[in-house]
Every structure is written in structure tokens, then in C-alpha cells.
Design a protein around this ligand. Sequence first.
Ligand code: GDP
Ligand code: GDP
Length: 442
Amino acid sequence: MGKRKTKPIVAVVGRPNVGKSTLFNVLAGEMISIVKDTPGITRDRIYADVSWLDMSFTLIDTGGIEPDSKDVILSQMREQAEIAIETADVILFMVDVKQGLVDADAKVADMLRKSKKPIVLVVNKVDHVEKYMADVYEFYNMGIGDPHPISAANRTGIGDMLDVVTSYFNKTVSAEEEDERIKVAIVGKPNVGKSSIINRLVGENRVIVSDIAGTTRDAIDTDIRYNGKDYVFIDTAGLRKKNKIKEELERYMIVRTVSAVERADIAVLVIDAVEGVTEQDAKIAGIAHERGKAVIIAVNKWDAIEKDNKTVNKFTNKVREVLSFMSYAEIIFISAVTGQRLPKLYETIDIVNENHSMRVSTGVLNEIMAEAVALQQPPSDKGKRLRLYYITQVSVKPPTFVIFVNDKELMHFSYTRYIENKIREAFGFRGTPLKFIIRERK
Ligand code: GDP
Ligand code: GDP
């Protein structure tokens, strides 16, 4: 344990009704991580964390709402494919054996083939292998490699399919692991100033062209050397989509955010000072929170509002209220237009980056826990009292602790939070979430 691996991204592309959601649900299963009180996470399954053997990846469903005409289907699939090409390490292209090879599939296959991304062609609804095998072979005509038959509904063929998908992972993961740059995702709603911030940072510093070649997604990465350190800013502004319906825009924004955040250690959540903090901001923040990234909330356009000596406090309180699930996040007030406090942005990035990978020795942790327990008695239930035996930090990014107790049921969320606060009192850990795993030891 220790070093965090960047989780690969697998995007699912396919026509409506081929069974994408069904597969998604099978793969996400109970593995889907639901963080309480995080907005937007449980409502729509646009993405999910999947584990297979000793590997894990993030699955993204690029499919949108159901279109009603053939033309719309094709154009929507092209967009799905575009998102997948841009964000995914592996593309899972799903077709339906019962409908056979249709024109739209062939066209999208051409597009995907040109991207040179690994593609896994999955033929769904092969409920009886003998009966349908001849039809499965027909999909060789798409020219994107072997068709892999599955039945999402019956959960057959899934293991073989996952073996193929995960076989593509090693290369991408190791390339990113050796990367020593500080990776910062700039996330936020449209028009909050993400591109302006990056442009401003670029304007003041030399830009180094990324040397990881061959992947389209590097096009949205900006390398900057500042004060002798290398940073890469991962942008989610990227392509602008016109004439899109609201749901599609939202899905697109979420997919882009998940993919950017996944590749970063730190998320800078940009909020528009003029507009104030909104539920949509909270939804984006939830993505970084759920993924255990360090978070900086950058309130941008600070030049554009009228201020008195209470403005900062008022704004801070409002942000803390709407984003109450990430009280650890740092807040700074900046302006991409005037450049106000952009040096402070770097400073804050450095601090939260250190905290995100900070290790505390087991001895000190146990001292803190013993003191905390002495100060506030652990809860009990039906005559049985919670006992905390031992705490140790098992990994970083984010700092993750295991606490051994006599009975997991007795370890209420509020007591874990209390221990967390004591650790924060001692070490700060500002800007980073902390993760606690409760284990029983009899
Ligand atoms: P999506 O639009 O691609 O997300 O497709 P859905 O997952 O909603 O599935 C569309 C339909 O196909 C639903 O009625 C599913 O029950 C059905 N379906 C999904 N997987 C299978 C399968 O493996 N076999 C059969 N026979 N039907 C399936
Ligand atoms: P993005 O969609 O998040 O990348 O936002 P942009 O960087 O394209 O900015 C959206 C609009 O906000 C543009 O008109 C910018 O000029 C304006 N803007 C961005 N940053 C600031 C700022 O710090 N102050 C002011 N007053 N306007 C800003």
C-alpha cells in the first residue's frame, strides 16, 4: 500500500437499448460507493467504481437520454464516442446480438478505430451461446477486433469480458505512476472562469509541452513550472458544446469532471463570486470528495463584486453551508482577470498536496486516540461499551486510517468524526479528506 494508483477509466458506448444500464448495474453491484450526504452521487449512475480481482477502474456510461429517430441516434452516438475517446483508457463498445449489426454501429466503429484507443467489442443479449454464436461472428465485420459475447441480464461472459478490459490497464497506469508532477484538476460549472484561470497561469509562466505522447486527452493538460516545481493543470473546460439539451450538458460536464478529477491529486473547485455557490457546484464538489482528492475552493471573479469588511466571512459561511460535507476544503478568493491571489493559489496547492500525502506514525496516533477516549467516553449499547484498541495509518492520498475496535456496530459515525477531529487538531490535514476503516478484533 502507500502510493495511490490512478484509476483507469472505462467508458461504455452503445445505442439505446443494447443493455448499457443493465451491464452498468451488474458491474457496479454492491461495489458502488455511496457517500452519505454527498449530493448527486446516488441519484444518477453516470459513473461507478468497479473492482475486478485485484484491479479497480471507473466505469462511465456515456449514453444520454433516449432519442427517437435514427438520425438523432447516430449523432448522439458520435458524441458518446467523442467523450469516450477524450476521457477513457479503454472503450467498451456494446452492441445487441438480437438487433444485429446496424449502420450506426459501423459508423461509430470507424470513428473509434481511428482514435487508436483500446476498444473492447461486447455483444450483449447472447443468452444462449450455441444459439447465437453465428450471429456474434457477424460483428467481426466492424473491424474493431474480437466480439465478446455476454448476457448482462444473465450475468454470463462478464468475467471473460473484464479480463479483456483489464488487460489493457498496465501500460497506462505505470506511465502515470512515475509522473512526479503535481496534478491539479480545475473543475467547476461552465463560465465560472476555469479557462481564464489557466490562461492567466500560463501567461505568467513558461509552458512546457507534455511529453506523454499519443493520447488525445493530453490536449487539455497544461504543464507549468512555477518556483522550480512542475504542475500539470487538467482542464475540464475543453470543448464547448452548443445546442445541447440541459440533461446532455449536465452528463457531459459530469463525465469530464470525473475523468479530470480521477487523474488529479488535487481538485480546484472554481465558484463564481457573482453568482454565489449553488447546488450544481455541490454536485461537482461531491465528485472530488467521493474520490478522496484534496480540495481547494477557489471563489473566482472576486474583482467583480462589491465588498466590505464582512464580505469574505459571509461568503465563506455560505460556501461552508452548501458544501458542508467537505469542511476540510481550503477556500481562497481570486480573480483571473486581475491575477489577485494567484500566487496564493500555488501556495495553497503545495500545502494541500503535502497534507494529502502526509504520514503520521502509529505511536503518535495511538497517543492521540488514547487521549481522546479519556476525554470523551466511547458510546455503549445494551450494556456493551465500544472499545478502541489500536489505530494505524495504512495509506496516503488520501490519508487512510484503520481503527481496530471490539464491535463495529458500536463505532458510530459521530465517534469516528470525533476521533477525526482530534487528529485534525493535532496535524491539521487542511485541504484533504481523511478516510477511516473500522475493523473488529475480538
Ligand atoms: P441501455 O439503453 O443501453 O442502457 O439498455 P438497458 O440496459 O436499459 O436495456 C435495454 C433492454 O434490454 C431492457 O429491457 C433489458 O432488460 C434488456 N436486456 C439487457 N441485457 C440483456 C440481456 O443480456 N439479454 C436480454 N435478453 N435482454 C437484455
Ligand atoms: P469557463 O467556462 O469556466 O472556462 O469560464 P471562462 O474562463 O470562459 O470565463 C467565463 C466568463 O467569465 C468570461 O467572460 C471571462 O472573461 C469571465 N471571467 C473569468 N474570470 C473572471 C474574473 O476573475 N473576473 C471577472 N470579472 N470576470 C471573469
